[in-house]
Design a binder for this molecule. Structure first.
Ligand code: SAM
Length: 233
């Protein structure tokens, strides 16, 4: 279960109603079974005590991620965006910055964006649980291209399908083994030349993901898989 420090008592966690129902009534977890409780990026080992409490008996060592990855993702159609969130979480992204761009089919007003954030956060939490991650994916508020420089790291890239110079393939940038990467992926209709120019000005280097044009969500999976591969070679 994921919980926050507010629920931690001495050697116990007090679960909220929904989590307690899931652990005690749905899963019918037995007293001697172990539950991993993830709280502020620390992993505690606990046994069920009296509902809604878990008794903590140990702690698990967690390894920090080898590369800190920030994905700046243009808004795309809702179902595809949600699929992309889930896959990015499974593939080890650290944070996600959604942004609006000229050719996004979806343009959100503030009220809608707030509602979406709640749903997106719950999709990310479910994905973290499913893949047994011990760290949460940070979801930043929807922003614009002009503000993406705020999220820069050591290696800053924008995936651009019109970039055809072989030396600008993603693999060449990753060869330097950067400890942190921020990469931007455009919407269904791609980036406008002016948007690419703006991102380049802000320090994001255009890079290619090969000759074929990938869907935005495929491009995200491609980049994250390449980073993971590079980390382990
Ligand atoms: N404008 C394009 C078109 O319709 O021909 C499609 C854009 S693509 C569906 C969505 C995003 O994925 C792009 O903005 C880019 O960030 C990324 N992308 C897809 N294929 C790529 C490639 N081969 N190289 C670099 N980026 C790519």
């Amino acid at each position: 279960v994921f919980t926050d420090a507010k629920c931690a008592l001495n050697n116990e966690f007090c679960l909220d109603e929904k989590q307690a129902h899931h652990i005690f009534d749905v899963l019918r977890t037995r007293e001697n079974e172990t539950i991993r409780v993830i709280c502020d990026d620390e992993v505690f080992l606990a046994h069920p005590a009296k509902k809604p409490y878990l008794y903590v008996f140990g702690k698990e060592e967690t390894e920090p991620r080898l590369v800190d990855v920030t994905l700046c993702a243009a808004l795309i159609k809702s179902d595809r965006f949600e699929w992309m969130l889930q896959k990015a979480c499974e593939l080890g992204v650290s944070r996600i910055v959604p942004f609006v761009s000229r050719y996004s089919i979806i343009q959100l007003d503030d009220k809608k964006a707030l509602k979406k954030m709640e749903r997106w956060n719950s999709i990310l939490m479910a994905a973290c649980r499913q893949c047994n991650r011990s760290d949460k994916v940070e979801l930043l508020p929807v922003t614009t291209i002009d503000n993406l420089a705020e999220y820069k790291s050591r290696c800053n890239l924008v995936a651009y399908e019109k970039e055809d110079e072989p030396s600008r393939h993603l693999a060449n940038f990753l060869q330097k083994n950067p400890s942190s990467v921020t990469f931007c992926v455009g919407p269904e209709g791609g980036f406008t030349p002016a948007e690419i120019e703006r991102l380049n000005e802000q320090g994001f280097a255009s890079c290619s993901l090969g000759n074929d044009i990938l869907r935005a969500e495929t491009a995200v999976c491609y980049v994250l898989s390449c980073i993971e591969y590079q980390t382990h070679c």
